[in-house]
Design a protein around this ligand. Structure first.
Ligand code: HSE
Length: 381
């Protein structure tokens, strides 16, 4: 199977090298921006790939929704299989691409878009055929895990931890999606689509790590907690619950052992019980390995991860409740029901009574709209 590659950045170079070394795959042309076509295998127009009868499949690793969507639709309409590592693309346009693929008898797989090298969506798409997926989620962003680990274990400050994650190639070109939790949210959206045939589009909640301070880390570290950014998804009546937020975990919780850029993705099956998968969730070769794994799955007859009936839905995050650690200005402490609270200068550090995910996230948005600073993390395992 001859594979064209769209994009020649961190992951694109890895995919191309793996294709060159693969036994049953052949490296085809690589689409690059005009001016970068300095080698015989590089081309600058999607037509050169869509109209090339020798190309069987296309791997998209450019990122962004456009022109990735237009290019993906074009090659699928030309009957070529399409695999992508692009979570923004699949979260926004996955249902459309899946329909175009099915109309044209071409395959559409995207397991590299969630968990990097960790075969999470791959396993989920198989497990859901015979088991009921009760819940799923985990550490799905390598950048923020690297940063939280470096802040807590190495004592780095936020900016230095982010610079290191960027230098190591974990962060997106614009790291806002990583640190805000949006990247992890897109990944759990894809997991919901695969497991439940529902791609949540509205009502999603994501809190990242942008407002964490060294004082927060010192406070919960002294009390035996480790902070991790967790994504969670589950059924909620006819809808799904899907959100991302920092969580404080007691020593011994498996997520505490997830260091550096590693991801830990898990699902709870009615029959299987808890299944946990761990590996590198970001970086050149881990992500490239997932792209190439999808291509070999196509060779073995797997064509889709989304059912034809997969549809957009509104998420419902009002049913799940947790206690939260919250740091906010002392004068705003009355915004939340406190189980316990400590005054620390002009801020209060409190543990709330159990409240819904939506109440916590909406309260934080209200506090921030008053130009005040707040950090919160659910109290987990
Ligand atoms: N920026 C992403 C991360 C890359 O840090 O996890 C892999 O999706």
């Amino acid at each position: 199977m001859k594979v064209a590659v769209l994009g020649f950045g961190t992951v694109g170079v890895g995919v191309y090298e793996m294709l060159r070394n693969a036994r049953c795959l052949e490296a085809g042309p690589v689409l690059v921006r005009p001016g970068k076509d300095d080698a015989p295998f590089k081309v600058t127009s999607i037509e050169q790939i869509a109209e090339d009868p020798s190309v069987d499949a296309v791997a998209e690793v450019m990122g962004g929704i456009e022109p990735a969507f237009t290019y993906g639709a074009a090659v699928l309409r030309a009957g070529k299989h399409f695999v992508t590592s692009n979570k923004a693309l699949v979260a926004a346009k996955g249902i459309e691409l899946n329909a175009i693929a099915r109309e044209n008898g071409a395959a559409f797989l995207f397991s590299a878009a969630c968990g990097g090298g960790v075969p999470f969506l791959h396993n989920l798409s198989i497990a859901r055929e015979t088991d009921e997926i009760l819940s799923m989620g985990g550490i799905l962003n390598g950048t923020t895990n690297y940063m939280l680990d470096a802040m807590q274990r190495l004592g780095l400050d936020y900016e230095d931890a982010l610079k290191d994650a960027q230098r190591l190639g974990y962060a997106e070109a614009d790291p806002t999606a990583d640190v805000s939790g949006l990247d992890a949210l897109r990944k759990i959206m894809l997991a919901c689509a695969v497991a439940y045939d529902k791609l949540p589009a509205e009502g999603l909640l994501h809190e990242g790590i942008e407002s964490i301070t060294a004082a927060d880390v010192a406070h919960f570290q002294a009390r035996g907690y480790t902070c991790r950014l967790l994504a969670k998804g589950s059924r909620a009546g006819d809808s799904v619950s899907a959100y991302v937020e920092p969580v404080l975990l007691r020593a011994g919780a498996p997520e505490c052992a997830v260091l550096e850029n590693y991801n830990m993705a898990s699902y709870l099956g009615q029959c299987s019980g808890s299944i946990v998968l761990m590996g590198q969730g970001a970086g050149r070769y881990p992500t490239a390995s997932a792209v190439v794994r999808d291509l070999t799955c196509i060779q073995r007859g797997k064509k889709y991860m989304l059912e034809p009936g997969c549809a957009h839905t509104d998420a419902d995050n009002s049913q799940v409740k947790h206690a939260y650690y919250v740091r906010l200005p002392a004068e705003l402490a009355g915004e939340l029901p406190a189980e316990s609270a400590e005054l620390d200068g002009d801020v209060v550090r409190m543990i709330t009574k159990p409240i819904s995910v939506s109440q916590m996230h909406f309260t934080a948005a209200r506090v921030r709209s008053a130009e005040a600073s707040i950090f919160f993390a659910a109290i987990g395992g």
